[in-house]
Design a binder for this molecule. Structure first.
Ligand SMILES: Cc1ncc(COP(=O)(O)O)c(C=O)c1O
Length: 387
């Protein structure tokens, strides 16, 4: 029998030279304990044992013999809503295996044939891919320029939307650039959504790293769908845990399309509950170290002619480094750094249009490792420079 491969918007899976598959590459990089991890926007800065102990207790009691409640433990749901200041709002929260799952469910819930979706380029391309599975058109708006502040603005949205626009995607702060929104911008997005009766899909995966952050759901409670993740500030990426939060009329639809209806990893939920309870103890350390690590990178970039940071300071735990003025192909840069045991990402991972301009690096890691990167990066620019 013949089955046909599905063709959706290009997903960000690039097989590096010399590897049979993306998985093969990842596994090899992952298993190399000396590799400096700046290629995924994860976080190694948690040094407390509380989260580990909570998960260990859960394992020792063999709680994993049972299925968890399908929509998540109430304690976890309440702590997340409290964290966001949404406890007494008319929203519902469903726990799942991460912002990725939430994004897929959101797109599936609200999109249909004939609809178009407005997304930023650069952005997190798997979201465009998910949207393209359900909508007829993805309007990927170029935002890699100073004029718009390296982000999708209300003005750009108004210029690019029409009567078939159903979703505006706000990644906030934005992967890969680290730009984020002011309250005035968020209010304007909310107005656009309410006026046109459309949805704001608000991916707040990197929220905790921002100086200030404004939730779309507070200004457009019936139009916003919020994606929450434990992968970044919480440092729990490998546990695969997150949530989707929206008005009950939206979560009712989400419930009708859920895949894993027997719940989400309960050991991960035990860890997340503890992470939220202890957040006041660790958040400043994670944030401050991430910020001072950016200064190390900025100092290195400033030594390299033709290289610059489009957004600084980044409001997330990653940033883009523009290499175009030095005539360096970001893929060559990431391959070179990999040979020095530093894992980074070429721009094509987050942009089809602008990927040739920049390298993406994350920096929620020990400052000594960032120093190593800084040293190698400056040398690499001189080795690879063509301008
Ligand atoms: C914007 C954005 N959303 C979602 C995710 C994935 O989140 P999760 O690990 O919770 O699925 C990422 C990961 O890099 C991301 O950059």
């Amino acid at each position: 029998m013949e089955i046909v491969k599905k063709e959706y918007a290009k997903a960000a899976k690039i097989v590096p030279d010399g590897y049979a598959s993306v998985n093969h590459f990842f596994e090899e990089v992952f298993l190399d304990e000396d590799m400096i991890w700046m290629g995924q926007n994860t976080n190694e800065l948690h040094d407390e044992d509380d989260i580990v102990n909570a998960m260990t207790r859960c394992i020792e009691k063999r709680q994993y013999n049972k299925y968890p409640p399908p929509e998540g433990f109430n304690e976890l749901k309440t702590l997340i809503l409290e964290d966001l200041g949404l406890l007494y709002r008319d929203v519902e929260i469903l726990i799942n295996a991460g912002a990725t799952e939430s994004l897929y469910l959101a797109m599936n819930a609200v999109l249909d044939e004939g609809h178009n979706v407005i997304t930023p380029d650069p952005g997190y391309l798997i979201i465009d891919n998910f949207a393209s599975r359900f909508a007829s058109e993805i309007r990927s708006i170029p935002i890699y320029n100073e004029e718009c502040g390296y982000k999708l603005t209300p003005k750009l949205v108004r210029e690019n939307m029409d009567e078939n626009t159903r979703v505006i995607l706000l990644i906030d702060p934005l992967n890969p650039l680290g730009s984020s929104y002011t309250e005035a911008e968020m209010k304007e997005f909310a107005e656009i959504a309410i006026e046109n009766d459309i949805f704001l899909v608000h991916d707040i995966t990197y929220r905790d790293f921002a100086d200030e952050h404004f939730l779309a759901v507070k200004y457009a409670p019936k139009n916003a769908i919020t994606m929450y993740s434990f992968s970044k500030s919480y440092g729990l990426a490998g546990l695969r845990l997150g949530a989707i939060i929206a008005a009950p009329y939206i979560t009712n639809v989400v419930k009708s399309i859920i895949i894993n209806d027997v719940g989400t990893n309960l050991v991960a939920q035990a860890g997340a509950i503890e992470a939220l309870k202890t957040k006041p103890h660790w958040l400043d350390f994670v944030k401050n170290t991430t910020r001072s690590n950016q200064e190390i990178i900025k100092a290195a970039v400033d030594k390299c002619e033709g290289v610059f940071l489009p957004v600084y300071p980044s409001q997330a735990n990653m940033m883009a480094i523009d290499l175009s003025g030095a005539g360096i192909d970001p893929e060559d840069m990431s391959t070179y750094l990999l040979s020095k045991k530093i894992f980074t990402r070429q721009g094509s991972y987050t942009s089809n249009r602008f990927g040739d301009n920049f390298l993406r690096v994350s920096f929620s890691i020990a400052p000594e490792k960032v120093e190593r990167f800084a040293e190698e990066f400056v040398k690499a620019v001189e080795v690879l420079r063509t301008k």
